[in-house]
Design a binder for this molecule. Structure first.
Ligand SMILES: Cc1cc2nc3c(=O)[nH]c(=O)nc-3n(C[C@H](O)[C@H](O)[C@H](O)COP(=O)(O)OP(=O)(O)OC[C@H]3O[C@@H](n4cnc5c(N)ncnc54)[C@H](O)[C@@H]3O)c2cc1C
Length: 375
């Protein structure tokens, strides 16, 4: 039912406007669609109903993300990050924090929540972050900056990680905070000019003596790095699911196109070279889908799933990139123009092997987990 809901919405409301949102940066339509996703219950799929979520689990989340991504990757990235923000607040937020923020994201009152971890000197290595939070009376005072924060321009609240114990061993002195957008001392800075995901905003965040209440700390003091790493594993299920949505959209389009494209007096699908591209793309995307469902199922059952999420993320996003590459090839020169959607898919898919931890980092996580198990 959730797959059908997401698919129907993607086909009827998103697909017709996705190219316009990409080319003209139509933010108004983009935000309207985020709100409609919330109305359909798709902004809190893995969130408990007492906080306004659909409580449908991680498998449902993965399936819905893929369907939305078949139409518009820019919309899907906000959907996926919103889920991460909700999950963190649900996992480590106080009763009051949960009641205040999660329903606002699930209902669409906030278009988005922001997940503010990355810094200029802390990308693949987030434990190197420099943003600091210092306790001053009844407030925390944050100074520093974040970069590449999805949805920052229209997020209602950010989860912000900052160093709270400078002298602690690496990764042991970081804490998690909730900072509302509009707080004095927080500026949403420069928007990145990206290769893809044009409809969604990605900005830097600047903190200059940004004062937040003492109870804006989430979870335990100095336990933030563990919280971030834990949620990134969940985010990888979102990004992998997003990737295969784009890959499927590309190969579906290219296959239909190839059936009607006549060269040498026959549809180009009669050539074995084209048939192989179709067969390889669908096979790899199906394998990716099963890896993702496996990781999602384990997470849903409360089992360890970090290795499976990394496997699924790296395999799915690379399978999706290959599918987009082949799809563009199948369209010949027409695939390279923005008259047809393939060039957008090829641009949008490229980031999926970079964000939520690059695919090199995923391979490190998988190998470390295997090796530590053998020890
Ligand atoms: C569109 C977009 C949206 C984003 N959204 C968010 C967001 O909402 N919140 C957020 O916090 N961040 C976000 N990010 C940041 C993203 O997660 C980082 O860009 C990513 O983690 C990589 O960090 P980096 O860009 O600093 O690359 P670097 O860490 O500098 O990596 C550069 C290269 O070195 C390789 N490398 C680094 N370390 C190793 C290693 N140990 N072994 C092997 N290879 C290595 C990497 O794989 C990569 O190929 C976003 C980024 C983009 C572009």
């Amino acid at each position: 039912m959730i797959q059908d809901t997401a698919r129907n919405f993607a086909r009827s409301e998103l697909e017709p406007v996705a190219a316009k949102m990409d080319q003209a940066g139509d933010r108004e339509t983009y935000l309207k669609n985020l709100r409609k996703l919330a109305e359909l219950g798709l902004m809190g799929i893995n969130v408990r109903s007492e906080y306004g979520g659909s409580e449908a689990g991680v498998v449902a989340f993965s399936v819905a993300v893929t369907e939305i991504a078949r139409a518009c990757a820019s919309t899907t990235v906000t959907m996926s990050v919103n889920n991460m923000v909700n999950e963190v607040i649900q996992a480590v937020g106080s009763g009051d924090q949960r009641k205040k923020y999660i329903p606002r994201i699930c209902s669409g009152e906030y278009y988005a929540g922001g997940f503010a971890l990355t810094e200029t000197m802390a990308g693949s290595d987030p434990a190197s972050m420099r943003t600091q939070a210092v306790l001053d009376g009844d407030s925390w005072v944050i100074n520093g900056s974040k970069i590449f924060i999805s949805s920052a321009e229209y997020a209602g609240v950010f989860i912000v990680w900052a160093v709270t114990s400078k002298d602690a061993p690496k990764g042991k002195g970081i804490s998690t905070f909730l900072v509302e957008n509009g707080t004095k001392g927080l500026t949403v800075g420069r928007a990145e000019h990206k290769m893809g995901h044009h409809a969604s905003a990605t900005n830097e965040l600047l903190f200059e003596d940004c004062r937040i209440p003492k109870d804006a700390l989430m979870g335990k003091l100095n336990d933030g790095f563990r919280v971030a790493v834990g949620e990134l594993a969940g985010g990888r299920i979102g990004v992998g699911s997003l990737g295969i949505g784009i890959g499927l959209a590309a190969i579906d389009y290219a296959t239909r196109y190839a059936m009607n494209r006549i060269q040498f007096d026959q549809p180009i699908t009669s050539f074995q070279a084209i048939q192989w591209m179709i067969a390889e793309s669908y096979t790899e995307l199906e394998a990716a889908r099963l890896l993702l469902l496996n990781a999602a199922f384990k997470k849903e059952r409360g089992k360890p799933y970090a290795r499976e999420a990394s496997m699924a993320k790296y395999y799915a996003t690379e399978a999706a990139e290959r599918a987009c590459h082949r799809a563009l090839q199948m369209l010949g020169g027409y695939g390279y123009t923005n008259e047809l959607p393939i060039e957008r898919y090829a641009r949008d898919v490229r980031i999926t092997s970079i964000y939520e931890g690059t695919n090199q980092v995923q391979r490190l996580i998988i190998a470390r987990d295997i090796l530590s198990g053998l020890k």
